[in-house]
Design a protein around this ligand. Sequence first.
Ligand code: 13P
Ligand code: SF4
Length: 303
Amino acid sequence: MSLIDSINGFKEENDAVIVAHNYQAGEIQDIADFVGDSFGLAKKVTGLDVKNVIFCGVEFMVESAVILNPDKNIIHPELKAGCPMAEMVDLDDLLEYKQKNPNTAVVSYVNTKAETKAESAICCTSSNAVKVVESVDEPKVLFVPDKNLGHYITRFVKDKEVDIWDGFCGTHDKITLDDVQQLVDKYPDAEIVVHPECRPEVVDMADYTESTAGILRRAHESDKNHMIIGTEKEMGHRLKKEVPDKEYHFPGNPTCQNMKKITLEKVLKSLENLEPIVTVDEELAHRAKKPLERMVRIGRGNE
Ligand code: 13P
Ligand code: SF4
């Protein structure tokens, strides 16, 4: 029996659903029941009527699913698949900031640990960061941890003071202006769409700045034959599969090594044994749930 047949067999036998992020390896996306961006995955898992969810993504996404769905078994095929940006917020530093700035609302990107979310007023993803910051009552906000997404927010939010943490995503931050320019020289008519985790000067060059789901939406809507996509290169798998009549070019070919730690073999093992089930300390989960639920209620930026 092939690996894929075994995966499908155990999925049925154990009544499990597989969800995967847009940066997962193509072969993982192909066996998943649902592929999406961080916001889409958070919503999807909550709406599923199953007990067992195999979550192919990185730790912060899995942890959010656990916090939002205490009644489900959220299974992570590779516990070592983390997000380095989530590690860039030190809890003591955050608590010190909060003590010195008592009237500031902490808005945390979902790419954070549960302990950071628990100290936040509200969370956001790349698909609703501007809308979330606009929604808070306080005139001053601390945005953690991505300085590039924080900078992107300040392009739109003019009536609030926004302090920005000094974190970044190594995968997106390494895309340079020069990488984009080289592709523009080759494909001058291409539409440029980048993720807001890219540097400000890269965002300046883009026609659109979108979450991974938004990038896919642009591919459906665009009448261009070539698209320059500023994000993790596996996004190309989904784009090519759903909108095959275009060519996609990825400046710098960025890869998120953590997303690639999940393999078909590990998914099969998780399906077979229904483990490892991820847990979050109950008290911590209780505190982190409110800002996550508040985020889900706000919806996407374009909703
Ligand atoms: P999206 O929410 O746009 O899918 O992004 C998640 C992520 O980790 C980007 O690096
Ligand atoms: Fe984290 Fe960047 Fe990987 Fe996204 S692409 S999971 S932000 S390291």
